[in-house]
Design a protein around this ligand. Structure first.
Ligand code: IPD
Ligand code: CA
Ligand code: CA
Length: 267
């Protein structure tokens, strides 16, 4: 089976159960991990378990990296065939926001290069899929980024991440907050990449994402005609440490980088 078809069939399998778990979230409860708002729900565990089981059947020798269940260890350079899963991205939205902006994200890499990826939005049933060099699609319709051509006309998404690294994050976020026309923060990194890929927003800025937060979304943005990079303009490393993560429609990329780097010179 092609990797992208494997991703699609996995999404078809889990969608209904995730929606059901979302409806029952108050009864099912949750626990926390690294801090009091780093939530873990039944949905995170169900989705990742299900993906692991399917992977063992379809591609038994492939490597798996996932946020939960002890699969979160990886080295700076993961060679060969590797899968990355964020079972629920936007878990806080899932659990407590009555704001159902959360998703399931999967990426497939060969020698640390993303070659296919997908995002499932359980509540709407939208499935986003991308293959390197073959475009990005939502339920079969081709995606295209926006054509907004300046920061002052743009809608930019920022993100605040976890409390322990927020101080560092703020210096990356202040320039887009001050210079863009509209500012949004949705609490799901993967959905934020999706919003850039579909053109409803023109850029997304985050300082320090993990492989499972970024890999499912950056290929969608690039295959929809957009651009991604670190804040210094160098390519994003899927597994290494990045100096910020930026995804844009491509047109405003340099202007956004310039505004952030100019600000960083004075902090
Ligand atoms: C988080 C979300 C959030 C981002 C955090 C991530 P989770 O993922 O994507 O938008 O700011 O850095 O950890 O915990 O909901 O999977
Ligand atoms: Ca995440
Ligand atoms: Ca997650």
């Amino acid at each position: 089976m092609k990797e992208v078809d494997f991703i699609k069939s996995f999404f078809d399998e889990v969608r209904e159960t995730v929606v059901d778990l979302y409806k029952r979230r108050s009864d099912l409860g949750s626990s926390t991990k690294s801090d009091p708002t780093d939530y873990l729900t039944q949905a995170d565990l169900y989705v990742q378990r299900c993906f692991h089981e399917r992977l063992q059947k379809e591609f038994p020798s492939d490597f798996l990296i996932g946020e939960e269940l002890g699969f979160s260890n990886y080295s700076d350079n993961v060679d060969g065939r590797a899968w990355i899963i964020d079972p629920i991205d936007g878990t806080a939205n899932f659990l407590r926001a009555y704001f159902p902006i959360f998703c399931v994200g999967v990426a497939f890499c060969i020698n640390a290069e993303i070659s296919a990826s997908g995002v499932l939005v359980p509540i709407t049933g939208e499935i986003f899929l991308a293959e390197k060099g073959a475009g990005a699609y939502m339920n079969g319709s081709r995606l295209s980024v926006s054509n907004t051509d300046s920061l002052e006309k743009s809608c930019i998404q920022v993100d605040f991440g976890r409390r322990e690294s927020r101080k560092e994050r703020l210096s990356y976020i202040i320039p887009p907050v001050l210079n863009s026309g509209l500012v949004r923060c949705y609490g799901s990194a993967i959905m934020s990449f999706v919003f850039v890929a579909v053109g409803s927003s023109d850029a997304y800025v985050h300082s320090a994402l993990k492989p499972w937060d970024l890999a499912p979304g950056i290929l969608l943005v690039e295959e929809a005609g957009g651009k991604t990079s670190q804040i210094d303009g160098s390519p994003i490393k899927v597994f290494g440490k990045n100096k910020g993560v930026i995804a844009t429609n491509g047109i405003i990329h340099d202007e956004l980088l310039r505004s952030i780097n100019e600000y960083l010179k004075h902090v």
